[in-house]
Design a protein around this ligand. Structure first.
Ligand SMILES: [Zn+2]
Length: 428
C-alpha cells in the first residue's frame, strides 16, 4: 500500500512536469489570451446567434457576416465580401486573410448560415445551465466561427501571425448551397488550392476528429411494365410496381451490408397516370387496383467514402436494374453527382496525430479519427483533394439542425486552445 502511494506521487509529479515542458512558454501565453477574451467572445457568439441567418435569408447572412468581419478588422485581417449574382439567391461569403512566408498556408472554414429560416420558430441565445447554451446555429456552426476568430485573436495578440498565411473563409450557404456550384463555390475552391492545409470547424464529436467524410450522390430509377387487366398479372407481366420492389430489395440484399455505403430510396411514385418533378422531389399519381401498373419512379441518395466504393456500387446497382427483370418489365437507372467525398489520406491522418499530441499536452487527452458515417456532408469536401484536411474542430453540442440545438460551454475554451495551438504549430 505504502509503496503504491509513493508511485502515485511520482506519477503526478511526472505528468505535471511533462505537461509544463510540452506546452511552451509562448503557447502558454496563447492559452492566457484565450481565457482573457473568453467572455467577450461568448458575447460575440450570442450576437451572431441572435441574428437569423437561414441560408435563404440574404440580409440576415450578410448581417451575421458584418458582425464577424468587424472583429477580424480589429485583429488586422484583410476582410472582403464575396458577392453572388442575384440569380444564385444567396448572400455570398466572408473572407478574412493574412499573408506571410512562414510555415504551412492554412485555409480555415466556417459558415454563416443556418438551417433556420425566419418563418421558423425563433430560439434566442439562452443559457440552459452552467455548462450549456441553446440558440439557432450555436453549434452548427456559429460556435465554430467564433472558435476560429478567438484562436486567431489570441495568436494576433501575441504577435504570432506576422509572417503566417491564413485564410478564414465563411460561406453563406453551406446548409443549402447555391447553384450552379461553379458560381457558389468557384472562389472558395480556387482560393483553397493556394493553401497546404484546410481546417474546418463544424461541430466536434467527443474526442474524435474527422479525417474523412462521405460523399453524396443521387439516383433515379425508372421502371416500366405492360399495362393490362390485373387478373393476368402473373401470366402476362408483373407490372412496374412488382419490378420496382424486386430491384429495391436486391439493392438492399446485395449492397446493404457494405461499410460506409448507404443508399436511401427517399420517394416512390407508381401507378397508371404519373407526373413527377425530380428537382422538387414531388409528384402526383393515380392508378386502379384492377390495372397492372405501367410505370414507377424512385429517387434516392447514395453515400460513399471513396470514389472506388461509389463506382463499384453504381456498377452493381446497374446490373440489378438491367438483369433478371420480371416478365413484361424493364428498368433504367441514372446517377447524379452531389457532394464529393473527403477521402481518408495519410496527410489527414498526420494532422489528426498532431492535434492529438497538442490535446494531450494541454492535458485534455488524445483525439482519434471518428467514424465517417457519423457525419453529414460539408464544404471541406469540395477542396479536400487539393490539401491535407481535418473537420470537426468546432464547438461541441447536440441536436444540430433541430429546434433547441445546444452547445457545451464546458468544452468551448478547450476547443479554442486546441485550434490556436494547431494553427500556431502549423504556421511555424
Ligand atoms: Zn454546419
Amino acid at each position: 500500500m505504502k509503496k503504491y502511494f509513493h508511485l502515485l506521487i511520482l506519477c503526478i509529479v511526472f505528468t505535471t512536469t511533462t505537461k509544463a515542458q510540452a506546452v511552451s512558454a509562448e503557447e502558454q501565453k496563447i492559452v492566457q489570451s484565450i481565457q482573457k477574451h473568453l467572455q467577450e467572445n461568448l458575447q460575440l457568439l450570442q450576437k451572431m446567434v441572435d441574428i437569423n441567418s437561414g441560408s435563404l435569408n440574404i440580409e440576415g447572412v450578410k448581417l451575421t457576416g458584418d458582425v464577424l468581419r468587424a472583429e477580424f478588422d480589429k485583429i488586422k485581417f484583410r476582410t472582403e465580401w464575396i458577392s453572388m449574382p442575384d440569380s444564385v439567391k444567396r448572400a455570398g461569403h466572408l473572407v478574412a486573410s493574412v499573408k506571410g512566408k512562414k510555415g504551412k498556408k492554412l485555409f480555415l472554414i466556417g459558415h454563416l448560415d443556418t438551417v433556420f429560416e425566419p418563418d421558423m420558430p425563433a430560439n434566442p441565445y439562452r443559457k440552459i445551465n452552467d455548462s450549456t447554451v441553446t440558440g439557432q446555429g450555436v453549434e452548427d456552426m456559429k460556435g465554430g466561427d467564433v472558435i476560429i476568430f478567438a484562436a486567431l485573436q489570441a495568436l494576433y495578440e501575441n504577435g504570432l501571425l506576422n509572417d503566417a498565411t491564413i485564410t478564414a473563409y465563411f460561406t453563406g450557404d453551406e446548409e443549402k448551397t447555391g447553384s450552379p456550384l461553379h458560381v457558389s463555390r468557384g472562389d472558395f475552391i480556387s482560393r483553397a488550392k493556394e493553401h497546404d492545409v484546410a481546417l474546418a470547424f463544424e461541430g466536434a464529436i467527443g474526442s474524435t476528429i474527422a479525417t474523412a467524410r462521405r460523399g453524396i450522390g443521387g439516383w433515379k430509377l425508372h421502371v416500366y411494365g405492360q399495362q393490362g387487366h390485373s387478373s393476368g398479372i402473373f401470366q402476362n407481366g408483373y407490372g412496374a410496381i412488382y419490378e420496382t420492389a424486386r430491384i429495391l430489395n436486391e439493392f438492399r440484399v446485395q449492397l446493404g451490408q457494405e461499410k460506409y455505403l448507404t443508399f436511401n430510396p427517399g420517394i416512390i411514385v407508381g401507378g397508371t397516370e404519373l407526373h413527377y418533378d425530380s428537382s422538387r422531389t414531388s409528384g402526383t399519381v393515380s392508378g386502379k387496383t384492377n390495372i397492372i401498373s405501367p410505370t414507377c419512379i424512385v429517387q434516392g441518395d447514395l453515400r460513399f467514402l471513396t470514389y472506388k466504393q461509389r463506382d463499384s456500387a453504381i456498377a452493381r446497382m446497374m446490373r440489378i436494374v438491367q438483369q433478371n427483370n420480371l416478365k413484361g418489365t424493364s428498368a433504367a437507372i441514372t446517377f447524379s453527382e452531389g457532394l464529393p467525398a473527403m477521402e481518408p489520406t495519410k496527410g489527414n491522418d498526420d494532422l489528426a496525430k498532431l492535434l492529438s499530441k497538442i490535446s494531450v499536452e494541454l492535458g485534455y487527452g488524445p483525439i482519434t479519427p471518428g467514424d465517417p458515417s457519423g457525419r453529414g456532408a460539408g464544404d471541406i469536401s469540395f477542396i479536400s483533394k487539393y490539401v491535407d484536411a481535418l473537420d470537426g474542430l468546432g464547438a461541441e453540442g447536440w441536436g444540430g439542425h433541430a429546434p433547441g440545438e445546444t452547445m457545451s460551454l464546458k468544452t468551448f475554451e478547450r476547443q479554442i486552445q486546441r485550434a490556436a495551438l494547431l494553427i500556431y504549430r502549423l504556421t511555424r
